[in-house]
Ligand binder design. Structure first.
Ligand code: SF4
Ligand code: SF4
Length: 279
């Protein structure tokens, strides 16, 4: 299914110019001869859509600019992005959404926002692959608590994950997504490292968006190894850890789903669990 993605991001078996990690390590500007840019038509076409959220994922993205500058300059074409280019005229996007190989979507979708609904449907039609970028896009996260009445859009009251409306192909969890995860994922995409990307593909439409899911899905099934990763990953300290087991303070939980997706035991295939446990 992802052959095109693999090929588009340099994953063919043909020898390729230095992989991104190598390029990053060797990025001493004074000594590194500039690499000839690829023809625009050969670069993957990437879009970025920002919907409802706090923009934390975009801020995480900017923490990688020293690494991403190579990628953004030489390896991909950003062809669509309201937060990156100003193409609005009289409140309407001035250009038709182009065809894209990959569209990153940050934020959840407001059901009362016609523009967001239209944009996400258009993105699905125009993109080969859609990535839910961050927990708001993946699970709805804290935006699911919205009840309307807030300024400046008091009628906005229902926010849902992207996968509730259109098919999502891969997802990056986190509130916000860790800068390191963004960098490694971009490197994996550029190098066609499908092994690294597999978890993001597997959890594309993850519906585990609460600390309780760790309790019911992992601990209650006897899968918890007591590693503490879930508590370390929790951005609000809702997930505690004592006597070798996690516990969830529901009043602090913002429903980001990071604890569940970061739990190593959440990734075990059911067949493997049955094999190991003899069930
Ligand atoms: S990350 Fe998973 S295995 Fe580790 S302590 Fe939390 S629930 Fe248990
Ligand atoms: S317990 Fe923490 S990491 Fe888990 S969903 Fe709640 S806020 Fe997110």
């Amino acid at each position: 299914m992802f052959d095109k993605l693999k090929k588009a991001f340099g994953g063919s078996s043909e020898p390729e110019a230095p992989k991104v990690e190598e390029k990053v390590e060797a990025a001493a500007p004074e000594t590194q001869a500039p690499e000839a840019p690829k023809a625009a038509s050969s670069k993957p076409r990437v879009g970025y859509i920002h919907l409802s959220g706090c923009t934390g994922d975009a801020m995480s993205l900017t923490e990688n600019y020293d690494i991403l500058s190579t990628v953004l300059t030489d390896m991909i074409d950003i062809v669509y992005g309201q937060t990156l280019v100003d193409k609005w005229i009289h409140g309407t996007y001035a250009e038709e959404m182009p065809e894209m190989d990959l569209c990153l979507i940050e934020g959840s979708v407001c059901l009362q926002d016609e523009h967001s609904l239209h944009e996400i449907q258009e993105a699905r039609k125009k993109s080969t692959y859609i990535a839910a970028f961050g927990s708001c896009a993946m699970t709805g996260c804290f935006t699911t608590f919205a009840r309307g009445g807030q300024q400046a859009q008091p009628k906005h009251e229902s926010f849902v994950p992207v996968s509730s409306l259109v098919k999502v192909d891969l997802a990056l969890p986190g509130c916000p997504v860790a800068p390191e995860m963004i960098a490694k994922t971009v490197v994996a995409l550029c190098n066609g490292d499908m092994e690294y990307l597999q978890p993001a593909l597997d959890k594309a439409a993850c519906d585990k968006g609460c600390g309780c899911d760790v309790l019911t899905g992992i601990i209650r099934n006897g899968l918890c190894s007591g590693c503490g990763t879930c508590a370390l990953a929790c951005p609000t300290r809702a997930m505690g850890f004592s006597e070798g087991r996690p516990s969830c303070d529901r009043d602090r939980c913002i429903k980001c789903g990071t604890c569940y997706t970061m739990c190593p035991r959440a990734w075990l295939p059911v067949s493997r669990i049955k094999e190991d446990t003899g069930l």
